[in-house]
Design a protein around this ligand. Structure first.
Ligand code: 3AM
Length: 435
């Protein structure tokens, strides 16, 4: 059968083969259908980017990277998003990775290594001047273009290789630690500029030596070697190159050489050509805004807690299911209703209904905490609600008084259920009658 090829189009790009897969993203080759220009599209899962509280940092850095153009930095053209993915459209770099050269041909002569190192420092210096730190400089991020010039990729995505832990600090996820500065490993907070420079020093060493300065199959031993900058230069490396490497691979970030000093170093300066670059003329950031618009809400939204039918039944069996609103009944502090609406709709409807009733709403995942600003008979009324998933299209919503007067709670619930008419499928009493 003659089947026509399915064309996958995202925006104005026609997607082609997968180029590679990194820790956080897949990279695909694509072509701009308007002008035929080849591009590389990095595809991330939206929840990985927006889930943790890093989206502000990522947004800031991506915005910066979209506005700049430097000969040694992989250009970011555009950012797009679908329901589940984020697409970063970048310059396609066709010459492969710098380190493939070492793998295929072994170490480099000093002149060649110097050229790449100069270009690396140009890229790093430029991004640092814009307040963007890489924090994950390693061989995979060093690409070569068609004329053999170095292009550094993933500037602006540094937050993705980090995680925010409970203490609110950034922690590097364990990738290849060989290129990571000692202060990053020791994890006591660090200066991004000095840490990037350390990685540049490791890269320079590998270019000249053909092997890693710090390596050990045992991770603890590797950390020890890095922390004490325990390495030996092979005899073929010149004294002046060795001197520069030693100044970069200083385990104390405060004493480590800085980029302005590197630019004055005798070994570095040979045949140095300062880069020529400018700001992009076009300053359209609507795409970045659109992608990150909902991220604030997004990173707290996970799936509602699933509840099985057994739990549902055992919850309702324990209830004294007299009519909640009959004055002579035992007054209940909690009630439930079933809904066939999607969980996020239920949450926003409750939110909408509670606000005009004078409640301050705090949202976390599929839980809401409602605090009445006005003090009632027994202080402010506080209500907690949670959405549980019973089946794919059936949710159980629990509404519980956590503080305040029970009568006021019932009054509130009555008001709430009137506003939630579209959302409530069965009230607690109706569910009881079904039994
Ligand atoms: O999977 P490998 O290591 O062969 O070189 C990058 C890596 O290749 C390539 O995608 C893989 C995962 O990062 N890559 C990344 N950005 C690229 C770009 N802008 C790129 N290739 C070409 N152009």
């Amino acid at each position: 059968m003659n089947q026509s090829k399915v064309r996958r189009i995202i925006g104005k790009y026609e997607i082609g083969r997968t180029i590679g897969e990194g820790t956080f993203a897949k990279v695909k080759f694509a072509r701009n259908t308007e002008n035929g220009q080849p591009v590389a599209i990095k595809i991330f899962d939206k929840d990985k980017v927006l889930k943790h509280k890093l989206s502000e940092q990522i947004k800031r850095e991506i915005t910066t990277m979209k506005l700049v153009k430097h000969p040694n930095v992989v250009q970011l053209y555009e950012v797009m998003a679908s329901m589940a993915k984020i697409f970063m459209v970048m310059e396609f770099v066709s010459g492969g990775e710098l380190f493939d050269k070492i793998v295929n041909h072994g170490r480099m002569q000093e002149d060649e290594a110097r050229k790449y190192f100069q270009q690396l420092i140009n890229a790093v210096d430029f991004c640092h001047s814009r307040g963007v730190y890489h924090r994950d400089l390693k061989p995979e991020n060093l690409l070569l273009d068609a004329s053999g010039d170095l292009k550094v990729s993933d500037f602006g995505l540094s937050a993705l290789s980090q995680q925010v832990q409970d203490d609110g600090l950034l922690h590097t996820t364990c990738g290849t630690p060989n290129y990571v500065a000692p202060e990053v490993i020791n994890d006591r907070g660090y200066d991004g500029a000095a840490a990037d420079l350390w990685s540049c020093g490791v890269i320079l060493f590998v270019l000249l030596a053909g092997y890693l300065p710090f390596d050990d199959s045992n991770l603890m031993n590797l950390y020890k070697k890095i922390s004490s900058a325990e390495f030996t230069c092979p005899p073929w490396i010149s004294f002046s190159a060795m001197k520069l490497i030693a100044q970069i691979l200083d385990p104390n970030p405060v004493h480590r050489i800085t980029i302005p000093k590197i630019l004055k170093d005798e070994w570095f300066k040979k045949d140095y050509r300062p880069p020529v670059f400018d700001e992009k003329k076009e300053r359209n950031l609507e795409d970045v805004e659109a992608v990150f618009k909902d991220s604030e809400e997004y990173h707290v939204m996970e799936n509602p807690t699933p509840m099985n039918a057994f739990e549902l039944i055992s919850m309702s069996r324990g209830l004294n299911l007299g009519n909640l609103f009959h004055a002579n009944q035992d007054l209940k502090r909690e009630t439930r209703f079933a809904s066939k609406r999607p969980a996020n709709e239920i949450i926003s409807k409750i939110e909408e209904a509670a606000k005009p009733l004078g409640f301050d709403v705090h949202k976390k995942n599929y839980k809401l905490r409602l605090e009445n600003m006005k003090a009632g008979r027994k202080g402010n009324l506080n209500v907690a609600t949670e959405v549980f998933q019973v089946a794919s299209s059936l949710h159980m919503v629990e509404v519980r008084k956590t503080k305040g007067d029970t009568l006021e709670f019932h009054k509130f619930y009555k008001n709430l259920s009137t506003s939630l008419q579209d959302v409530v499928w069965k009230t607690e009493e109706e569910m009881q009658e079904m039994k």
